[in-house]
Ligand binder design. Structure first.
Ligand SMILES: [Zn+2]
Length: 1177
């Protein structure tokens, strides 16, 4: 038996790097944890910081690390060749121009190693949860255990020397030359990037602050709500079968729900019925299955797809863009009696008037809480939105106020509740089917047999036993997997396990890897597979006796028996051509056409690379990175550079025959940075000079990728291409493109072509790249359309990343670009990766979403997979599941580390199974559901009209909620919208997806933006999709406590929440806006912007000035904190109220209706309610 465990002895670069301090990463998706020491490297570093030991002793004793119970573990690994079992990388270099120092002060951290199993609270295997956990207001019970403390861990290292490069030099089609050094060029200014666009039309008009927004709150001056309703009013709520018409509240058995007193019409207001004509009150009582609702139950296929005609209906209509930025003012008069039919703006269909818009009620700020004396406990009735009854409604309020926005489920409230309820305790993974805290909550994870939610999140942690149930619910069963996710320093990295020459122990039949759910039988001589039930002999070297409970006595010593996530060292059988891989290579390929040179980009990249190359990813305490580097520049032709260490000057070789790309040199092209430091520095100095006077505007693109691919092939290694590209490749070459942008295709059946590549050439190229392990990262700097949909194909299918800086301007965009580049170069990445998800009998993985290539139906192939990339996997039933055994997932990722070590990372997760739909709905996670639905929809636009995709989304969600209403909610009025607690945000989040630029583009959004966003979202994790679709909006003046380290509490994304006298931050993972109200105190403006008045604030700022006062420091520190939580550096945009950029900002106020026709949250909720009622009728 040998579990090789060694301590991580330091950051991947051996030394802390002070220059990188600016890139701290204090938190993981949410606010920083109070009391948790913040790593100076944080998330970008991967887990390394947590493993830094103050001195050798603790960290060097593996027995302190993994094995518990004081049992020493055999140490058969050499501590002198420590390697992390995580492909580590460091934080990005500083944003300023100063090159990061190569070394710095030593890091110390006094973490005490601990045993994750030192408390005897883990039983053999993973216990089925006696009581399925669900997210409730109450604190969750956790298994006893101490707070996770970093554990030192060790790993073995296979030392690989760089493979000998063949010394072969080709000479045809090329000219060798020594590079001279001409003059420099100056970067010109350009336009704005994605985000604010110069095409944003100026917007005028006054801003309505709170109180004058779309929904006027009911005030006491409006008089008490009447207790009866004028019967003749057509807008009165038409009673439905099953809807009580008396003043008596309908019974509702939703646990904990207390219906509001009828006398005051408390609580959320009613929802419009599906039909318009009032009908006589009949059949009080709950709706019965099969009961039909009178009236035309029209399907609503055209939600928000076309602007409806203006309507006299009160309330906001997501109609055509209006002048100014707010919705129509609320009418001062209710619709007249006799008004029968009209269009309800947002949903594009003729329907009846909207009765019963009871709207706001005084004293009911909280959703669902009765206004009466003793206020109910927080979230007493999270499950339902009751409708006030007819006679409770003030008639004059109905048409006017519709629904009180405060009375509908609030994302902010849900996030805050989860934070306060679940943020304080570690999430211990020992119990099957536990729903983890939300991604917006900071929590620590303690692995006790299931993978951390940082690696896997599911749409539901309790899945239906049968396919029929699953179909009935329409809840997609999906897992969002981030196999190489970065962990906070306080958590334990997956251990590296070596099963010796025969490789990891696996099931004979299904090849599942040894895991905590395997059952050892016959005294430990055999084990039964938890996935396929096949019995396999235990290899002699792996044999161990069982204790009286049937548990192997080495249970706690073996990560693969007791933990959810771990790694195996792969044997040569897991390598291509049965040969251990060489370390990967990075090739930097720089567009040197006119635009790239003129903008200063070429010089910027070359300057940056000089320092950045010192920070290539490396493992453990290796002194230098094993990654070799190469350089190519190109316009219509390609220039390769020989930077062999023995040369005095770099040599350039030009390949002008781009039709049949080859690499003109092998020896000297890919080199070790340290060995060739001088030559590389010389090259990077000379490149900007060489092309300073270029007049070449045309570029090629596919040959660039081909060149990189060929170079990696020749070197027999995997690697990554970093391509810096500026324009549509129109030069004569393979993969040449034409400008086929056509925004007129929007909302036509041909819109899908905008998302499809214009040629299949790149698909074939991608396939070749994946076969070689050639991952392509693309940095785009377009000044016009360059066809991201086509250029991104190879990046997308090789697991690479795309970054886009439209109208790149050196002054305003260089920080963002450099931060992205630094992080991209340094982040953890695995190469030549193959991922397979195995499941226990009854379900199987059927569909996959993400940036990868699949050559068969089961294996997800990625030339590169980095720590940010996520794969969403959908499961379907192929048999019945049982409540007893639950369902198991095992995700196995085979990859090559940055030092060339072949490894398998295994993540296991056990889920509960249910025979009652209510159990499914109680254990869902809406954020994950939205992640899946967005990816599903964003893939759908490749093949279906966008409108069809939107309709399908709405329909599926309506079915999900209708199924709950029908099967799980207590009988109640059809006029009530009842949402499952875990899904009460589904409507608001779904609406955000529907309104997103891919599915409903704002006018200023370009075709490239849409293709870019589509690809980005496809690889996002749950935290990223959450903030992308529902941005975080933080008030700075009134709520930000300058003395506190925490972020101010967020507010809902609606214009009416903004005060003219405050300053706000809004972030969505790509942009940060600073919105300044017109009435902000002069002192604050002075403190934040260093100018004396609102009018002097410049919208052109890309950073806030550094001012020495508490408010400035606080705001800048908040921005810093937000930047560090995201995988991309966000563009900072200053928005002054009533300025033209405000329209762009308002695009992100997602609870409001959008200028492109997207419904407001309130309208959409009404629409969903109608859809649900139609399904139930
Ligand atoms: Zn098996």
């Amino acid at each position: 038996m040998s579990v090789n465990q060694q301590a991580h002895t330091g950051p991947p670069y051996g030394q802390p790097q002070p220059g990188y301090h600016g890139y701290q990463q204090p938190a993981y998706g949410g606010q920083p944890l109070p009391g948790v020491p913040q790593s100076q490297y944080g998330v970008y570093n991967g887990p390394m910081p947590g493993y830094q030991q103050p001195g050798p002793p603790q960290g060097y004793f593996p027995s302190l690390g993994f094995p518990a119970k004081g049992s020493p573990v055999s140490l058969n690994s050499d501590t002198s060749t420590l390697a992390p079992n995580f492909i580590g990388s460091l934080r990005a270099p500083p944003t300023s121009g100063a090159p990061p120092p190569a070394s710095g002060a030593s890091l110390t951290s006094g973490h005490v190693a601990y045993s994750p199993f030192g408390h005897g609270d883990v039983q053999n295997g993973i216990p089925a949860s006696a009581a399925p956990m669900q997210r409730t207001p109450a604190s969750q019970p956790f298994l006893p255990g101490s707070a996770p403390t970093p554990v030192s861990q060790t790993s073995t290292l296979q030392q690989y020397g760089p493979p000998p490069a063949s010394v072969q030099q080709l000479s045809n089609h090329m000219a060798g030359m020594t590079i001279g050094s001409p003059a420099a060029s100056a970067p010109p200014p350009a336009g704005l990037g994605y985000g604010p666009s110069t095409s944003v039309p100026p917007v005028s008009g006054s801003f309505s602050a709170t109180g004058s927004g779309l929904y006027t709150p009911y005030t006491a001056s409006q008089g008490p709500p009447p207790t009866s309703v004028s019967q003749g009013l057509p807008l009165a709520q038409p009673p439905f079968p099953g809807q009580p018409v008396s003043t008596q509240r309908p019974p509702t058995q939703v646990p904990g729900f207390a219906p509001p007193p009828s006398s005051t019409g408390v609580g959320p207001s009613s929802y419009p019925p599906t039909t318009g004509a009032p009908r006589p009150p009949t059949m009080p009582g709950p709706p019965l299955p099969g009961q039909t609702v009178a009236g035309p139950p029209m399907p609503q296929p055209n939600h928000v797809s076309s602007p409806p005609p203006p309507s006299t209906m009160s309330g906001p209509h997501p109609g055509p863009p209006m002048s100014g930025l707010h919705g129509p003012p609320p009418p001062t008069h209710p619709p007249q009696p006799g008004y029968q039919m009209q269009q309800n703006g947002s949903f594009g269909q003729v329907r009846g008037p909207q009765p019963n818009y009871g709207g706001a009620y005084p004293g009911t700020p909280n959703y669902g809480s009765p206004p009466g004396p003793p206020p109910p406990p927080k979230r007493l009735d999270p499950d339902s939105i009751p409708s006030p009854q007819l006679n409770e409604l003030p008639p004059q309020q109905k048409p006017r106020h519709r629904i009180d926005p405060d009375a509908i489920p609030s994302p902010i409230q849900v996030i805050e509740d989860d934070r306060s309820n679940r943020g304080s305790e570690p999430f211990v993974t020992g119990v099957r089917g536990q729903v983890p805290p939300l991604v917006t909550t900071n929590f620590l994870v303690k692995d006790q047999g299931n993978a951390s939610p940082r690696y896997i999140r599911c749409t539901s942690y309790n899945i239906p036993c049968t396919s029929d149930m699953a179909k009935q619910s329409q809840v997609p069963l999906a897992a969002v997997i981030k196999p190489l996710a970065t962990l906070p320093p306080e958590e334990t990295l997956p251990y590296l396990v070596d099963h010796g020459e025969s490789g990891p122990v696996r099931c004979n039949r299904c090849k599942a890897y040894m895991c905590p759910f395997m059952q050892f039988i016959e005294g430990g001589r055999r084990f039964q597979c938890c996935f396929c039930s096949c019995v396999t002999e235990v290899p002699p070297h792996y044999f161990q006796h069982l204790d009286h409970t049937g548990k192997r006595v080495d249970f706690y010593d073996r990560p693969e028996l007791s933990l959810g996530s771990y790694e195996f060292l792969a044997t040569v059988d897991y390598c291509k051509n049965n040969k251990f891989p060489s370390p990967p290579a990075f090739i930097f390929m720089i567009d040197v056409s006119y635009n790239a040179v003129k903008s200063g980009l070429v010089r910027l990249i070359c300057e940056e690379l000089k320092s950045l190359l010192n920070y290539l990813p490396r493992e453990g305490n290796m002194e230098e990175s094993a990654i070799r580097v190469g350089f190519v520049t190109y316009n219509k032709v390609l220039h390769f550079y020989n930077v062999k260490s023995s040369l005095a000057q770099p040599q350039m070789m030009v390949v002008s025959d781009v039709a049949d790309m080859f690499v003109p040199l092998l020896d000297g092209f890919l080199v070790n940075v340290n060995e060739s430091r001088t030559v590389i520095a010389s090259l990077l100095d000379q490149i900007p000079e060489m092309f300073a006077d270029t007049r070449e505007t045309e570029t090629v693109f596919a040959p660039v990728i081909q060149a990189g691919l060929e170079a990696l092939k020749a070197a027999e290694c995997a690697g990554k291409l970093f391509i810096f590209h500026t324009s549509l490749p129109i030069a004569e070459a393979p993969g040449k493109l034409k400008n086929r942008d056509d925004k007129k295709l929007i909302n036509t059946d041909k819109e899908k072509t905008l998302f499809q590549p214009q040629t299949s050439f790149y698909n074939n190229l991608a396939k070749d790249c994946v076969a070689q392990g050639c991952c392509v990262d693309l940095f785009l700097f377009p000044n016009q359309y360059l066809d991201v949909a086509t250029l991104g194909v190879v990046t997308y299918q090789t697991g690479g990343s795309i970054y886009k800086y439209a109208y790149f301007q050196l002054e305003t965009d260089q920080d963002r670009f450099l931060n992205d580049l630094r992080r991209d170069v340094q982040k953890e990445v695995g190469f030549d990766a193959v991922m397979r998800v195995r499941t226990s009998t009854g379900i199987r993985a059927t569909d996959f979403f993400g940036a990868f290539y699949m050559s068969n139906t089961t294996d997800v192939e990625m030339a590169g997979l980095d720590c940010d990339k996520t794969i969403t996997v959908e499961f379907k039933h192929d048999d019945k599941l049982s409540e007893d055994s639950g369902a198991l997932l095992q995700c196995a990722l085979l990859y090559t580390s940055c030092a060339g070590q072949r490894r398998l990372r295994i993540h296991n997760l056990s889920l509960n199974c249910c025979t009652q739909l209510a159990d499914l709905y109680r254990n869902c996670e809406t954020d994950t559901l939205i992640n899946y639905l967005a990816k599903y929809a964003y893939r759908g636009v490749l093949s279906s009209p966008v409108k069809t995709v939107r309709d399908a989304l709405i329909n599926q969600c309506a079915q999900i909620l209708a199924c709950y209403r029908k099967n799980c909610a207590s009988p109640s009025s059809a006029g009530q919208l009842i949402l499952p607690e875990c899904m009460k945000l589904l409507p608001v989040y779904l609406n955000c997806v529907l309104k997103s630029d891919v599915l409903q583009p704002a006018p200023e959004v370009t075709t490239d933006d849409r293709a870019y966003i589509r690809q980005l979202v496809t690889s996002m994790d749950v935290a990223e999709t959450n903030v992308f679709f529902y941005p975080r909006l933080l008030p700075l003046q009134t709520k930000a406590d300058v003395d506190s380290d925490s972020l101010p509490p967020a507010i809902r994304n609606s214009e009416e929440r903004l005060s003219k006298g405050d300053i706000y931050l809004l972030e969505n993972g790509l942009n940060i806006f600073v919105w300044v109200g017109v009435n902000v105190q002069q002192g604050l403006i002075q403190n934040l912007f260093g100018v004396s008045s609102f009018g002097q604030i410049s919208s052109a700022l890309s950073t806030l000035p550094v001012l020495e006062n508490p408010f400035s420091k606080k705001v800048r520190s908040i921005i810093n904190m937000l930047q560090m939580q995201r995988s991309r550096y966000m563009k900072l945009i200053i928005v002054k109220q009533e300025d033209k950029l405000e329209m762009l900002f308002k695009h992100f106020l997602v609870e409001d209706k959008s200028l492109s026709g997207g419904a407001s949250y309130v309208d959409f909720l009404c629409h969903m309610h109608k859809e649900i009622r139609q399904l139930l009728s």
